[in-house]
Each structure stands twice: as structure tokens, then as C-alpha cells.
Write a protein that binds this ligand. Structure first.
Ligand SMILES: [Zn+2]
Length: 423
């Protein structure tokens, strides 16, 4: 068998070291590293890689790419985003700069409620165009798969519009999108004293979402000012009965008990966790729930960072995500998220790589397809204009991504989008 594509002269090829289950605790710091390496692709998947002889894989039709000594990693996986939404919230920026807490903005009908209004009002075409632009940014930063949530409709029509746009983009854009239905993202003001009614309304949408195969996960915002643990249990148990996989926004401001609930219900991830307590740490240490950390949000809100070092000591499996959204993390720059994980959460370069690839894939139930360079995995990978991975994290807020390949096809070349011209 000969390869469709071989990348030669890879200065350093880095990929997570995987055993079974998510990579936990101190194992996150151990990665596979090959110097002067190659990788080979056939039918969109890796068929070989390493430092051994590859001449037998080179045929007449094999395309050979010279990496000229550069760094290569798997395509990055951004496993928590709210990429599909209408409008933007720069008008709130000044309030935030003055230190008004997010929950106060929310209570005043701003924050998420204003994005809900804009997402309801925007046309489907407008929503598609805005979201595609965001995905283009993400791809340019080396992201080849994202998770995306609905949750800016809070009623059926707009929730479906968001999910349909996500599906169209999944089909048309090089980035793969894993969809999450998050009808319980916030409590509409009209339901202020009728939380249970709203939850039943969201649960009533499950059948339609499921029948149209618009989402595989359900998520809820478990926090003071949003939904409590009893609400979250009620909704997530119903979601599980409907055949959805589960996620939860928990412990962003207060540790209410959403994290032990995630472990109890065997959710795929618990996300945010800045305020995680002992019960949460213990629950995650004894489950395969990914602790999905979102340092861009802490940066933007000027708030605490999740205690990544403590979590690693306690043998948790960590992922990192941008949380790209119009309110608390308005940036698609996933490399900057990783910079923050190094600078503010003191994660090592290898831990960050593991968290941003394989563990992220685990949290969206794609660990057998993406997130590592391994035989049979999708040939999603990034060539950096950088000598090594620590350099990418140290030289911060710069896009070091040179080329991006999605299933063996070059979609970004010398920082330029080339995929649309090929379609
Ligand atoms: Zn979120």
C-alpha cells in the first residue's frame, strides 16, 4: 500500500501518549516525541508515522510535503464553544472594564439575554455567514474539530436554527462540529418564578432535536442565577432517557454540586470548574468525566483560573477549550487559550498538548477518531512555523500555525485559506 500524502523532514512530531480512557494526572505530561520524523496518510487517515524508513509507502501518485524541520502536532480540538450566535456585545465591554460582575449584568437583562434577542432576530443566512467567519479564524489557529452549542434561542425555532446552521457548517466547512443542545443555557425573564415550567419546555424540545439528529449532547448552565443542582438533575436525567450524551457548565462562580452530579450521571465533561470544591475533585478523580477548563473566560472576566495543578495532583483528566462566546470569551484564538493555560494555570507544554487534543476529543466522544497522530485516526494535523511546542506557548498571542491539514487535505497554506478554492 502506498500513501496519498507523506510529510517528510518533520523537526519534531508531538502526539499525546494514550493508554486507555482519558489521560489523567501526571500522565498528561508524557507525550510521544519523534525528531526528524515523517507521517503518511491514505484515504484521509494516518497509516504510519515515526522515524523509520518510509520509502515503501511512496508511490507514483504520492504527494510529498517537506516540513523543512518544523513542528507538527495533531489538529487541535476546541471542545467547548458557543460559536453559532447572532451579533456581538462590545457595548457591554465598558461595564465589564468597570468591574460589574457578570451575574449583575445578567440580572439587568443584559449578557446572554441580549445575545438571545440578536440570535432570534438574525436570518439563518446571516447566522451562517457570521459563524463561518468564526470557524475560518479557528481553522487558522490550528483547530480542526469544535464542539458547538445552541442556547441563544431558549425557544424551539431559534434553537433549531442554531443547530441547523451548525450542521450545515459541519458539512460545508473543513472544521468538524460536534453539536450540543443547550436549551437550558439561561432562564428567560418571563419564566423567572417558573423554572420547572421552562425546564419542561426544554425537555419538550428533545424529541424534535433527536428526530432531526441535530445534536448528540445536552448541556445545562448549573450556577447561581441560572439553574440549580435539582434543575440540572431533572433536565439531564430526561436527556439521558432520550439518548443524549451529557455535559454540564458547573462551578464557574459557586460550587453548587453540579460536578458530583456529572460524575453520577456519567457525563462526558464538566466545564469551567474555577470554583471546584473537594467534593467535585473527589468525584472527578473517580470517574472518566473530563474536567474541561476555559482559561480565556477567566482572562476576559478578570476572575480566578481553575486550579489545574491541584487537579493534576488529584489525577483528574483535563481538557482546555476557548469557550468562544460573545459575552465572556469573545475570541476564537485557541492558541491564546493555551498560552493562558501555561502562564496562569502553570500547566506544562506537554499537559497542554494532551488537554487540547486527545482529552478534548475524549470529552466529545471522539477519542477513537481524532486528537492524536496514530494509525487509523483522521489525518488532521498542523505544521507550525516554530521550532518546538514550548516556543508556541512562550511566544504568546502570535499565530504560529503555518499549514493545517484536515483528513490529509491542506486547508490552510502559509496562513492563507486554500480550502474554498479547492471546493
Ligand atoms: Zn459555555
Amino acid at each position: 500500500m502506498t500513501a496519498d500524502l507523506i510529510v517528510i523532514n518533520i523537526g519534531i512530531l508531538l502526539t499525546p501518549k494514550v493508554d486507555k480512557g482519558p489521560v489523567r494526572g501526571k500522565d498528561m505530561d508524557i507525550v510521544e516525541e519523534y525528531q526528524n520524523a515523517f507521517l503518511a496518510v491514505k484515504d484521509g487517515k494516518f497509516i504510519d508515522y515515526g522515524t523509520h524508513d518510509f520509502q515503501h509507502l511512496v508511490g507514483d501518485d504520492t504527494e510529498v510535503v517537506d516540513a523543512e524541520g518544523r513542528l507538527v502536532t495533531p489538529g487541535l480540538v476546541d471542545s467547548h464553544t458557543h460559536v453559532v450566535h447572532g451579533g456581538s456585545r462590545e457595548y457591554e465591554f465598558e461595564q465589564k472594564m468597570r468591574g460589574v460582575p457578570y451575574l449583575d449584568i445578567l440580572k439587568a437583562g443584559g449578557g446572554i439575554h441580549s445575545t438571545v434577542k440578536m440570535t432570534r432576530e438574525i436570518s439563518k443566512e446571516g447566522l451562517y455567514a457570521q459563524s463561518k467567519k468564526s470557524l475560518d479564524f479557528m481553522l487558522g489557529f490550528g483547530v480542526t474539530t469544535v464542539e458547538g452549542k445552541s442556547g441563544y434561542g431558549l425557544e424551539l425555532e431559534t434553537e433549531l436554527k442554531q443547530l441547523e446552521v451548525q450542521r450545515e457548517l459541519h458539512e460545508n466547512h473543513p472544521i468538524d462540529i460536534v453539536s450540543t443542545f443547550m436549551g437550558a443555557h439561561a432562564l428567560p425573564v418571563a419564566y423567572k418564578s417558573k423554572r420547572k415550567d421552562f425546564l419542561d419546555k426544554v425537555i419538550g424540545m428533545f424529541d424534535t432535536v433527536k428526530q432531526r439528529e441535530l445534536a448528540e449532547f445536552v448541556d445545562i448552565f448549573c450556577e447561581d442565577g441560572a439553574f440549580d443542582v435539582a434543575d440540572s438533575r431533572y433536565l439531564l436525567e430526561a436527556a439521558k432517557k432520550h439518548g443524549f450524551k451529557l455535559k454540564i457548565h458547573a462551578d464557574e462562580v459557586v460550587a453548587l454540586g453540579g460536578v458530583p452530579l456529572a460524575a453520577h450521571l456519567k457525563a462526558h465533561s464538566a466545564d469551567h470548574l474555577m470554583a471546584i470544591d473537594e467534593a467535585g475533585l473527589r468525584a472527578l478523580a473517580h470517574s472518566d468525566v473530563i474536567a474541561n477548563l476555559l482559561p480565556s473566560t477567566s482572562f476576559y472576566l478578570n476572575s480566578d483560573y481553575a486550579p489545574a495543578r491541584k487537579m493534576i495532583e488529584r489525577n483528574l483528566a483535563l481538557a482546555l477549550s476557548s469557550d468562544y462566546n460573545p459575552g465572556s470569551s469573545p475570541s476564537e484564538n485557541f492558541l491564546f487559550t493555551l498560552n493562558l493555560a501555561a502562564i496562569h494555570m502553570k500547566m506544562s507544554p506537554n499537559e497542554i498538548l494532551t488537554a487540547a487534543t486527545y482529552n478534548a476529543a475524549y470529552g466529545i466522544d471522539r477519542a477513537d477518531e481524532i486528537g492524536r497522530i496514530a494509525k487509523g485516526y483522521k489525518a488532521d494535523f498542523v505544521i507550525y512555523d516554530a521550532p518546538n511546542w514550548p516556543y508556541v506557548l512562550y511566544h504568546f498571542a502570535i499565530n504560529h500555525v503555518k499549514d493545517v491539514f484536515k483528513m490529509g487535505i491542506k486547508v490552510i497554506e502559509n496562513k492563507q485559506k486554500v480550502w474554498e478554492a479547492k471546493q
